[in-house]
Design a protein around this ligand. Structure first.
Ligand code: VG1
Ligand code: CO
Length: 539
């Protein structure tokens, strides 16, 4: 029944910031997913004592890839695969399951916030027993294995039915189909005070959660409507669709337009939120008010005492280097540890495992805690609702009072998309060479204090990672440049702009960072080199 198939390597099976992401057209080529999964198994070694989790965000090719992976796993001697019912599990829920049942790791099939469908993207995130994605040393071993792959093993068998809960065998491999929602919901009930949340909903407070036709719809229905009691219809776009109904499931001001328009209209709910394709990102809105992920992390940290699970005390906090310094000021005020890591959630895992941090976040709409090892969209929404339930304040009041206390980091990200890869690489290399000469240069009232690459020394495993170039100004402003590691074609240059104001806290963010934006474009010669005089996406 086990077939060994001769194959030739694909030279692009390199995982980026979070797993492997490619155009669906690439992934659906014969042998593509087979090669990649076989390469992972080759690096994993002996599988006879391992149990893995398998599921995905339900996007196009999820069902087909799951059947292929099951048959390749069985042929490679995996002891057991735990499969999410119908193949649906969010990234955070997958992390819950891996940790709760002490699995050896797992696969979440997702290209996260990237669009799906035959013309969209597909992807695979690979986690280890921590419930977090594997480190770059493991991903480079897999890349190497993929480049020299000559064959893969696959079981010749009919497709298995994963629509019912229960256990059965595929060849010698055990399969257990589990409910992908239940354990996640139980974890949320363990963290937050649901009685207080029920009271909030019963008081007439209204919310709208936009699942963006992606994986969190069923989770949100269960948690916000059924358990907490927000009225039916509070959760919208809740049926996961293979192409996300044509939406770009990225919860930000640009792509979650339907929700943003609603929350800035006369009919707005008291609270609005959205999640991304695989449920690890979140956007928080009040009535006519947007909370940046940077501020969200700072506000969550500042309010830890309001949540039962954290009330006894927290370890430190961490943010990705590109994220604003808002949380740094909160960490200082509370006297807790503070860390800056490269972009990508995997860099937080060691800090959580070693009890250095409890909360962490990224500017890219990712917030989370050590309850799992992935960022967690619904968790962040529940945290905000809990702050509101405990304080009786509006989202806007909570944010404005926070700025009054800690100052405000005005923050905007510019993305220049679809840049020729060679042009982008050259731009970054030339900019890096130029950095030392920038110190002391002034642009109007902005003076550069220092400019250097961001280099991270992991305090736990000693690994060193270089990611992004940072320009620090004397007044606390910063410009950070990075190339995206989640795209599926061409290069995206990300330019992160932060301007700190201790007193002047009610200005328009875009106005406040525009002078920095001009400097950023000039220094890196972005218009000259890319032909772009404006960013494609501003968030
Ligand atoms: C982007 C974000 C990063 C995030 C990553 C994965 O990476 O900037 O902060 O961790 O996506 O997000 P990049 O390399 O394109 O900037 V996702 O929601 O996997 O799940
Ligand atoms: Co995601």
């Amino acid at each position: 029944m086990i077939k060994t198939v001769a194959t030739t390597p694909f030279n692009d099976q390199k995982m980026g910031t979070a797993g492997l992401r490619r155009k669906s057209k690439i992934v659906t080529q014969p042998n593509y997913i087979e090669n990649f999964v076989q390469s992972i198994f080759n690096v994993m070694g002996d599988l006879s004592d391992k149990t893995l989790l398998l599921g995905g965000d339900g996007r196009f090719y999820n069902d087909i890839a799951i059947q292929k992976i099951l048959k390749i796993a069985a042929a490679n001697g995996l002891k057991k695969m735990v499969v999410a019912q119908n193949g649906f599990i969010s990234t955070p829920a997958g992390s819950v399951v891996i940790r709760k049942y002490k699995l050896s790791g797992g696969f979440t099939l997702s290209a996260s916030h990237n669009p799906g469908g035959p013309d969209g993207d597909f992807g695979l995130k690979y986690s280890n027993e921590s419930g977090g994605q594997v480190s770059t040393s493991v991903t480079s071993q897999i890349e190497k294995a993929a480049l020299s792959l000559t064959e893969y093993k696959i079981l010749e068998a009919p497709d298995v039915d994963i629509s019912h809960l229960g256990s059965f065998k595929l060849g010698d491999m055990e399969i257990e189909v589990i409910d992908g929602i239940k354990d996640y919901v139980a974890m949320m009930q363990n963290i937050f005070d649901f009685a207080a949340l029920k009271k909030l909903a019963a008081s007439g407070f209204t919310m709208r959660f936009d699942a963006m036709n992606a994986v969190t719809g069923p989770y949100a229905k269960e948690i916000f409507e059924k358990l907490i009691g927000f009225k039916e219809g509070s959760v919208v776009n809740f049926v996961p669709k293979p192409d996300f109904g044509g939406l770009h499931p990225d919860p930000n001001l640009v792509y979650a337009k339907e929700l943003v328009d609603f929350m800035f209209s006369a009919q707005a709910a008291d609270f609005g939120a959205a999640n991304d394709g695989d449920g690890d990102r979140n956007m928080i809105l009040g009535k006519g008010f947007f909370v940046t992920p940077n501020d969200s992390l700072a506000i969550i940290t500042d309010n830890f005492k309001l949540i039962p699970y954290y009330a006894k005390g927290i370890y430190g906090v961490a943010k990705s280097a590109a994220t604003s310094t808002a949380v740094e000021r909160v960490a200082k005020a509370h006297g807790i540890g503070y860390y800056e890591v490269p972009t990508g959630w995997k860099y937080f895992v060691n800090l959580m495992d070693s009890q250095r941090i409890t909360f962490c976040g990224e500017e890219s709409f990712g917030t989370g805690s050590s309850h799992i090892r992935e960022k967690d969209g619904i968790w962040a929404v529940l945290f905000w609702l809990s702050i509101i339930a405990a304080t009786g304040k509006t989202v806007e009041q909570i944010a404005v009072e926070h700025w009054q206390k800690y100052g405000r980091s005005y923050y905007i990200r510019f993305d220049f998309e679809g840049v020729d890869t060679a042009v982008a690489d050259r731009l970054m290399a030339d900019l890096e060479n130029k950095l030392p000469s920038l110190a002391g240069r002034s642009f109007g009232d902005l003076t550069i204090r220092e400019a250097k690459p961001f280099v991270y020394h992991d305090p736990v495993d000693g690994s060193v990672t270089k990611n992004g170039l940072v320009i620090y100004f004397a007044d606390g402003s910063r410009i950070t440049y990075r190339l995206s590691g989640t795209g599926s074609s061409g290069a995206t240059i990300r330019v992160y702009l932060e301007r700190l104001q201790m007193k002047d806290i009610l200005q328009n963010p875009l106005d406040m960072v525009t002078p920095l934006g001009r400097i950023a474009l000039e220094i890196a010669e972005i218009p000259e080199r890319t032909g772009k005089h404006q960013a494609d996406v501003v968030t």
